[in-house]
Design a protein around this ligand. Structure first.
Ligand code: ZN
Length: 208
């Protein structure tokens, strides 16, 4: 596993946006784009070391795509030519800290880009399957927490690639976390978390 850059899309499933909305918060259909450093990655089988003393750490189960590159300004209808592989991953989030940062209008790095914040499964080759027709689950200690379907994305994978390429020339090894469905919740040391999809396989980590 040697990803180059890790791009993430936030606010891409309406039911998840609704579950985090503050009372009175206006909900629009715009997404958020942010990045994580390579030190955020955790390969399957390695332990997820959770940050301590900074409030709750939430799991966000997501479809993750590996890109072949492609450069700048990729049209939406050509964007899927840039997809090389698929897997599942976790966009771990310090939720209390993120709420604080949102209230202050500050960037999200501290809540989203810490070490071990991006556990990532092994990539399977992209075989031109419909990326908006994939389902996946997240279990914590055997309990179902999230059950998502990519048809519920506000912005398709192709649109996400188009949006990112407006600002960054896509390079081989770039990785894209495509947003999380509803059901996010806290993790604790000792928890066993499993992501699974009928087409992409199953991946598990233990938190410490
Ligand atoms: Zn996310």
């Amino acid at each position: 596993m040697n990803p180059h850059r890790i791009f993430c899309i936030g606010k891409n499933y309406a039911a998840h946006v609704a579950e985090l909305a503050q009372p009175g918060e206006a909900i629009d259909d715009d997404c958020v784009i942010f990045m994580k450093p390579a030190s955020a990655l955790v390969a399957e089988g390695e332990s997820i070391v959770l940050p301590r003393g900074l409030g709750s750490v939430h799991h966000e189960a997501e479809l993750v795509v590996m890109l072949t590159g492609g450069g700048r300004d990729i049209a939406e209808d050509e964007a899927l030519d840039c997809v090389a592989g698929l897997t599942l991953g976790l966009d771990l989030t310090l939720r209390d800290l993120q709420s604080q940062l949102k209230r202050r209008g500050e960037p999200w790095e501290r809540a989203k880009a810490f070490d071990c914040s991006a556990p990532l499964g092994d990539f399977k080759p992209y075989l031109a399957q419909d990326l908006q027709a994939l389902s996946f689950t997240c279990h914590v200690n055997g309990e179902l927490r999230q059950h998502g379907h990519t048809r519920d994305m506000c912005h398709s994978v192709a649109r996400q690639i188009h949006l990112i390429s407006q600002l960054w020339a896509l390079m081989p090894g770039d990785v894209l976390f495509t947003g999380t469905p509803e059901g996010v919740g806290p993790l604790s040391p000792g928890d066993r978390i499993t992501l699974a999809s009928p087409t992409l396989g199953a991946y598990a980590w233990t938190c410490s």
